[in-house]
Design a binder for this molecule. Structure first.
Ligand SMILES: CSC[C@H]1O[C@H](OP(=O)(O)O)[C@H](O)[C@@H]1O
Ligand code: ADE
Length: 290
């Protein structure tokens, strides 16, 4: 039986491949938006097609600010994904979300400044809703899968996306806490926005690696992040497999599958054909002749 789900997994720092994929093969996927971070590891877990993309590339050559998130999301859409589960190393801004815990993200504060954050623009203007930026169905399944793998979970987390690549100052870290952010990272924006524009339901699991620098005497460094990721990466892999094995046989449609429906404002006689050509995957559902 062929599953209706094709799950895109975006692996963050420390998660550059996943094991247990049947018929696994790294396949290059071209995108009109430039070069994705790497080839996509395509395979199956049971009946479910899986497409794995290491966000920073194998060996972590790409810095957060240089990630081509448009190419990454477009390539996952071209590779047939119906849904995306992203995984990120995050710092914690809350005492009770300690390193080692998994934070399932529900909201974002986007403080990135220098990234291409939309597929759309002059010649095809759209404004998608980001009020509820993640897919509740995927997030709930992710939390269940982590708990099933005996991981500690925090749900409903707010993720602050910073520009980086430097870590925050103590004043910034304290300010983000006052803003209500729970975890901090450098990569989930504009990734989550672009997934929504591509009508791909998206959920984000933050793997908590450190307390950032708001706590007295604490400061984050790469060594701390990598050491904590190594401790938890096996559990993360197990949670991913559980998540996939628990997907229902049917995939009921999600409102996110139709996110562009009420978002496009440019009149057809003002469409830019060059931009439309690049949107063949992202907005193909609406642009294909009907
Ligand atoms: C290696 S520490 C900082 C680095 O880790 C996170 O990346 P990802 O979200 O891809 O796991 C963070 O956002 C920074 O890019
Ligand atoms: N404290 C932190 N700040 C930003 N990105 C992170 N990734 C992991 N820990 C982080």
């Amino acid at each position: 039986m062929v599953s209706p789900w094709t799950i895109g997994i975006i692996g963050g720092s420390g998660l550059y491949a996943i094991e247990g994929l049947e018929e696994a093969q790294w396949i290059p996927v071209d995108s009109p938006w430039g070069k994705p971070s790497d080839e996509i590891l395509c395979g199956r877990i049971g009946d479910v097609n899986v497409r794995f993309l290491p966000r920073h590339g194998r060996g972590h050559p790409i810095s957060p600010g240089d990630l081509n998130a448009r190419a990454n999301i477009d390539a996952l859409k071209r590779a047939g994904c119906t849904d995306i589960l992203a995984i990120s190393a995050v710092g914690s801004l809350r005492e009770q979300i300690e390193p080692g815990r998994f934070a399932v993200v529900e909201q974002f504060i986007d403080r990135t400044t220098s990234r291409d954050n939309s597929f759309f623009g002059t010649g095809f203007v759209t404004h998608v809703s980001m009020a509820d930026p993640v897919c509740p169905r995927l997030s709930e399944m992710a939390a269940t899968a982590i708990a099933g793998a005996k991981g500690k979970v925090a749900t409903g987390a707010t993720y602050l996306a910073m520009e980086g690549p430097q870590f925050s100052t103590r004043a910034e870290s304290r300010m983000y806490r006052e803003w209500g952010a729970d975890v901090i990272g450098m990569t989930a924006m504009p990734e989550a926005k672009l997934a929504r524009e591509a009508e791909l339901p998206y959920a984000l699991i933050g793997m908590v690696t450190d307390y950032d620098c708001w706590k007295d005497g604490e400061a984050v460094d790469v060594g701390k992040v990598v050491a904590q990721m190594q401790k938890n990466s096996q559990l993360a892999r197990e949670a991913v497999v559980r998540f996939i094995n628990a997907l229902p046989a049917e995939r009921e449609s999600s409102p996110i599958d139709f996110a562009l429906e009420d978002a496009i404002i440019t009149a057809p006689d003002h469409h830019d054909p060059a931009l439309l050509a690049k949107l063949d995957a992202v907005a193909g559902r609406l642009l294909a002749p009907r």
